[in-house]
Ligand binder design. Structure first.
Ligand SMILES: NC(=O)C1=CN([C@@H]2O[C@H](COP(=O)(O)OP(=O)(O)OC[C@H]3O[C@@H](n4cnc5c(N)ncnc54)[C@H](OP(=O)(O)O)[C@@H]3O)[C@@H](O)[C@H]2O)[C@@H](O)CC1
Ligand SMILES: Nc1ncnc2c1ncn2[C@@H]1O[C@H](COP(=O)(O)OP(=O)(O)O)[C@@H](O)[C@H]1O
Ligand SMILES: [K+]
Length: 506
């Protein structure tokens, strides 16, 4: 499992470790890791042209010490000063190693092979300052590989927000622990490939991180597996209330997901029974209302529902309920808060904005804050869909899960319906709302990657999702082809098998 910690926790851990180590030891560890990563990105260090963008703080210090190490290996290293101050000991080390301060930043940038962004790290506030903006643009336009130190300068480490301009890096070398902004959009997009350098603070970080990103082995442990004595009822029955005369396809897609999510049976309730049966004869169909349809272990309500009644009925039940799409528009917040059984809300940014009384752009700019706030306000688990899918628990101390497997190819009509069916099925099979949401999003993203690329998923460690391959970042959609929601559903068993194969002893 990958974890991310807030700046205050990273600083506290660093301070505790620094008190036990000689002065400067941590920065030397960070710089050595950074220099090693830079060397890996350059075909040859000797003769390479490296430019350091150096801000006022220790982030600039890291860049200067790493630059000194590269200069000692024969690189031509120039420092561009962008702060009011500079890390003096770092600058001395660079000059002693043969590096220099650039008189003409644009001249050295035009010839650079590698640019090291040491403007700000965890001490940065707001976007880049105006004087840094043209320099950063010149770095990007030079075609050099851009490596961010700890974080791309200008992004918010704790929230993933980007206010104004920020560095767009090909790779980010981060120290001690991932920061939330490296895993959550929009900042994640600026970070490129990630590499974590161990500087020895791991055991000094708090027990609960801010974020968790599951990997294959974590998901494998959570997958429901039928026991020898299982029957379809013991595996769980999921009830799907979806579709309408206007949108029968949403019912078919939600059932397509539900049939592949581990429940023993899928009960469809609504007016699109014929369309569902035509595609999936194994479905149990009932015209409704849900209260008369028979016992289920979890309900999914909402995809393509239009204004069909049933939300209040389902929310009044004593089993876990997943509410999506039109269901989110029709729900009574007080009824959600009053439920003794778990509720999982699965909005996209627009639906989340409506639930919060704000606008979509606001949610997209601050996804992590938005998902936590929604979970708190509604007393429900919330899965916020989109470019980075997040799952928040209603209890504030519980880490938010961030899904690493998503791909922009998923932005296709109906793929959310597949996700709600799949996730509801996991709920019916007995997973908690938080686990069902994170496992559902993981399998859904993996299936989409397989469908878009003709088989390639992500590696068991999640490389391919947060890659560090010694080269440039693998962009999310590279090498893929358009896919349909149905293809995502059909690729789910393959994704499930990939993940299950990573279980210990599998
Ligand atoms: N602690 C440790 O043990 C270790 C820390 N390590 C490293 O230290 C980094 C943290 O260093 P830090 O605390 O010095 O902060 P940092 O990110 O360099 O920026 C601070 C200064 O930047 C300025 N500034 C602010 N906003 C700005 C903006 N928008 N645009 C431009 N400038 C802006 C502002 O100064 P001002 O210019 O206002 O005087 C502020 O004081 C951390 O990320 C990691 O790389 C590693 O070596 C491992 C060990
Ligand atoms: N840019 C993106 N990157 C990754 N995943 C995305 C992106 N945009 C949308 N998705 C995913 O695609 C699905 C779309 O669901 P939703 O918005 O409900 O659409 P629909 O209602 O058409 O099914 C969600 O799983 C969401 O997380
Ligand atoms: K930086």
């Amino acid at each position: 499992m990958r974890t991310a910690y807030r700046v205050q926790d990273v600083r506290a851990a660093e301070a505790a470790l620094m008190a036990r180590l000689p002065e400067g030891a941590l920065m030397r560890r960070a710089a050595a890791g950074l220099a090693g990563a830079c060397a890996g990105l350059l075909r040859r260090v000797y003769g390479a042209r490296v430019v350091l963008l150096v801000g006022s703080g220790d982030n600039g210090g890291d860049a200067l010490y790493a630059g000194a190490l590269l200069a000692r290996r024969g690189a031509g290293v120039s420092a561009v000063r962008l702060g009011r101050r500079v890390h003096e000991a770092g600058l001395d080390a660079l000059v002693r190693a043969g590096g220099r301060v650039a008189d003409d930043p644009y001249g050295v940038l035009a010839r650079a092979d590698l640019v090291v962004d040491g403007i700000t790290g965890i001490g940065g506030r707001g976007g880049l300052r105006p004087e840094a903006v043209p320099v950063v643009r010149a770095a990007r336009e030079s075609g050099a590989v851009v490596v961010a130190v700890d974080l791309p300068s200008g992004v918010d480490a704790d929230t993933g927000a980007v206010e104004g301009e920020a560095v767009r890096a090909d790779a980010t070398v981060t120290f001690g622990a991932y920061k939330p902004g490296l895993l959550v959009d929009p900042a994640r997009e600026y970070a490129g490939a990630l590499r974590l350098v161990d500087i020895g603070i791991r055991d000094l970080l708090p027990g609960a991180p801010e974020l968790q990103a599951l990997q294959h082995a974590d998901v494998a442990r959570l997958l429901p597996v039928p026991a020898a004595e299982s029957d379809k009822y013991r595996r769980g029955v999921v009830g799907v209330v979806a579709g309408s005369a206007r949108y029968p396809g949403a019912a078919v897609l939600a059932v397509a997901g539900a049939l592949r999510g581990g429940a023993g049976a899928v009960r469809y309730v609504g007016p699109a029974g014929d369309a569902v049966l035509a595609r999936y004869p194994e479905t149990l169909v009932h015209p409704g209302p849900p209260g008369r349809a028979g016992r289920v272990q979890a309900w999914v309500i909402g995809p393509g529902l239009a204004d069909t009644p049933g939300v209040a009925d389902v929310l009044a039940s004593d089993v876990p309920v997943l509410v999506d799409a039109d269901g989110l528009r029709l729900l009574d917040p007080a009824a959600v808060r009053a439920r003794p059984a778990p509720t999982l809300l699965t909005p996209h940014a627009g639906e989340a904005a409506a639930l919060l009384g704000t606008v979509r752009e606001d949610v997209e700019a601050r996804r992590l804050d938005a998902v936590r706030e929604l979970a708190g306000r509604y007393g429900a688990t919330v899965l916020l869909k989109g470019s980075t899918t997040l799952v928040a628990d209603p209890s504030p101390g519980v880490p938010v899960r961030v899904n690493p497997t998503g791909t922009p190819w998923l932005a296709t009509a109906g793929s959310g319906d597949v996700l709600s069916g799949l996730t509801g099925s996991l709920l019916a099979a007995g997973l908690t709302a938080r686990d069902a949401g994170s496992v559902g999003a993981y399998l859904h993203g993996l299936a989409a990657r397989r469908a878009a690329t003709g088989g390639a998923g992500v590696s068991p460690t999640g490389a391919g999702a947060y890659p560090y391959d010694g080269g440039r970042a693998a962009p999310g959609a590279a090498g893929g082809a358009p896919l349909t929601a149905h293809e995502v559903a059909r690729a789910l068993p393959g994704a499930w098998r990939d993940v299950a194969a990573a279980a210990p002893g599998a």
